[in-house]
Design a protein around this ligand. Structure first.
Ligand code: SF4
Ligand code: SF4
Length: 380
């Protein structure tokens, strides 16, 4: 009864702690998950960003000795921009996914979990607690599903009945034996919209993601992206929301009550060309507090070049030519070559030709050759 009362107190305090939903679950191992994770790895579907030790993701006692229960928390984030700036010829814009709007959600979740820990510690001074966010050991979606927060949709996102899938998840392992909530059950039914709409076919089955084809993952890599994926990236600078945007369970949902998570439209839908000349200091000032900055500025600048190529923005050719001539990063020069091949025109052909005479790096020479070939065959 004592633990039921504390659970009730936590549920009542949640809004004041800045938490939108709390669920409780037993700390049993996630045995059913183990085979899923092993298959996922065997098929090469992992992103490489996840906890490498599968046992740590499956067994809560690898993170906290003698765990009794798990607490899953969710906080809701916005899905719509108020008065978004327009993208137009000569002033095209890229877009950051919603997960990079506002302050980095890792910090916001950590803040809420710290407050929750303090709330519990005040009432149970000898409680042991281990909180984790995203990159923590446990599979946060499995914890959330078991704790009744929401079900894992075919798009791999946890979908809550109240907030849709526009939620960030965090969890805590504790030695307090809270009475568990009822696990969530699948409510996708016959719908397959997310799988059908994914631009790259990265959702290879219900709840099965091939990360290497997922645009969200690809935008966070640092190398040269393959042609097919560059075309499909469109103007995405970081992440991809398509499989959540099309989900009928998210229809009309937009959450504006968490102050730190609200976006600055100019930052999350920025002009592309100014991004290309941004130095480290300015990048840190502009994007340092956003989740999109964790891989540094190179992936975002590379994606901005891809977006200019996809917009076929002729006004970008001079700046792309300069990058091709002067940027010290081969991935940036190679991507600039690809973009100029996409944009076309005399000026682009000339710049590609000049670069071929001086370029030394194989990956750049390869993109230059491909781009020149495309442009010359279009030209004849
Ligand atoms: Fe497909 Fe984009 Fe969803 Fe990845 S995030 S599965 S690319 S729709
Ligand atoms: Fe489920 Fe349909 Fe949403 Fe996909 S789009 S997660 S199938 S409800």
């Amino acid at each position: 009864m004592e633990w039921q009362r504390l659970k009730q107190e936590i549920l009542e305090a949640a809004p004041d702690l800045g938490i939108d939903k709390v669920g409780f679950a037993a700390a049993d191992p996630f045995l059913e998950l183990k085979q899923v994770l092993l298959n996922h790895r065997a098929k090469g579907y992992e992103s490489g960003f996840e906890e490498p030790d599968i046992d740590k993701r499956v067994y809560p006692d690898r993170s906290l000795a003698e765990p009794q229960s798990l607490i899953s928390i969710a906080i809701a984030y916005p899905s719509k921009l108020q008065d978004p700036p327009r993208s137009e010829p000569g002033a095209y814009r890229g877009i950051l996914s919603r997960s990079a709007w506002g302050v980095d959600y890792h910090h916001v979740l950590q803040d809420r979990l710290t407050k929750l820990e303090a709330f519990i510690a005040e009432r149970v001074p000898d409680a042991r607690m281990q909180s984790m966010v995203d990159t923590g050991a446990l599979a946060d979606r499995a914890v959330a599903e078991r704790a009744g927060i929401g079900w894992v949709g075919k798009n791999c996102a946890v979908i809550t009945p109240e907030w849709g899938s526009w939620v960030y998840l965090g969890e805590m392992i504790t030695n307090i034996p809270f009475p568990p909530d009822k696990a969530s059950t699948d409510q996708c039914g016959d719908c397959t919209l997310c799988i059908d709409t994914c631009p790259t076919g990265a959702l290879v089955g219900p709840g099965q993601l091939n990360s290497s084809r997922c645009i969200s993952f690809v935008t966070q890599t640092k190398g040269v992206v393959e042609d097919e994926l560059m075309r499909k990236i469109g103007n995405r600078l970081y992440g991809c929301d398509t499989c959540q945007v099309v989900c009928p369970k998210n229809k009309g949902l937009n959450w504006t009550h968490q102050p730190e998570l609200q976006p600055d439209p100019e930052k999350v839908k920025p002009l592309l060309i100014p991004l290309l000349s941004m130095g480290n200091k300015e990048f840190k000032e502009q994007y340092g507090s956003s989740a999109s900055s964790w891989r540094g500025k190179k992936p975002i600048q590379r994606n901005a070049i891809i977006a200019l190529g996809n917009f076929k923005d002729r006004s970008a050719v001079p700046v792309l030519s300069d990058l091709l001539k002067q940027d010290p990063r081969p991935e940036i020069r190679a991507t600039a070559a690809w973009a100029m091949g996409r944009i076309g025109g005399e000026e682009a052909i000339e710049a590609l030709h000049d670069a071929q005479l001086s370029e030394q790096q194989a990956i750049v020479l390869e993109e230059l050759a491909k781009a020149s070939l495309i442009l010359e065959s279009n030209h004849v």
